[in-house]
Write a protein that binds this ligand. Structure first.
Ligand SMILES: [Cu+2]
Length: 173
C-alpha cells in the first residue's frame, strides 16, 4: 500500500508552474447522477461534490504514477502480444489519499511512442474526468477528494487491463 507522503504546503508551486499553459481547467467534479436535467452543476448542493481537480496550486501530498509496458510489440514476448494484445499497467495501480487533503498526482508516461489517458470514475462508474497522458510527458493534477471511498480509474485506450483504484480515507490530521 502506498500512501501519499506529506510535504510542506506550497512546495510544488515552482515545479508545476508549467501547468498554466496547458488546458487550464479548474473543476469541481460531481456525481453526474446528482445533476439537474440541464446538466448544470453549479446549482447543485455542496454535498454532491466528490472531488476538486486543479492543474496547479499547493499540495500537501504527492503520488507519482508511472505507465508501465508489460507486454508490447516492440519488446514482446511475441506470443504474449499475439494472445493478449499490448498490455500496459499503471504503477502503482492502487494508492491512498486523505479526504480534503490536496494531493498532487503526477503521471509519468514512460512510453516514447504510446499515449495513455486517465479516466476517473465515481463509485457508480460515472466518468468524472478524462484527460490525455501524452507519450514521454509528465502530466499532473491536484486532487482534493471530499468523499471517502474507493474510486476506480482506467486508461480507456488500453482496456481491459490498464486500471487502478484510489482509496480515499478519513483525514486524521
Ligand atoms: Cu494506456
Amino acid at each position: 500500500m502506498l500512501v501519499g507522503h506529506g510535504l510542506a504546503r506550497g512546495h510544488f508551486s515552482a515545479a508545476i508552474g508549467h501547468a498554466s499553459d496547458r488546458h487550464a481547467w479548474i473543476r469541481e467534479l460531481r456525481n453526474t447522477a446528482a445533476r439537474g436535467s440541464n446538466g448544470d452543476v453549479s446549482s447543485q448542493p455542496a454535498d454532491s461534490r466528490i472531488v476538486t481537480v486543479n492543474p496547479t496550486g499547493p499540495a500537501v501530498a504527492r503520488v507519482i504514477v508511472l505507465t508501465q509496458a508489460i507486454a508490447i510489440k516492440e519488446t514482446g514476448p511475441k506470443e504474449t502480444v499475439a494472445r493478449f494484445g499490448e498490455v500496459y499497467a499503471f504503477s502503482p495501480s492502487f494508492f491512498v489519499v486523505h479526504r480534503d487533503e490536496a494531493t498532487l498526482v503526477e503521471f509519468w508516461n514512460l512510453q516514447p511512442d504510446d499515449d495513455h489517458d486517465f479516466m476517473l470514475m465515481d463509485p457508480h462508474w460515472n466518468v468524472m474526468m478524462k484527460v490525455m497522458l501524452p507519450a514521454l510527458k509528465k502530466t499532473s493534477y491536484i486532487f482534493t477528494f471530499h468523499q471517502e471511498g474507493l474510486f476506480n480509474f482506467s486508461c480507456a485506450m488500453h482496456q481491459p487491463a490498464m486500471n487502478g483504484q484510489i482509496l480515499v480515507i478519513t483525514n486524521s490530521r
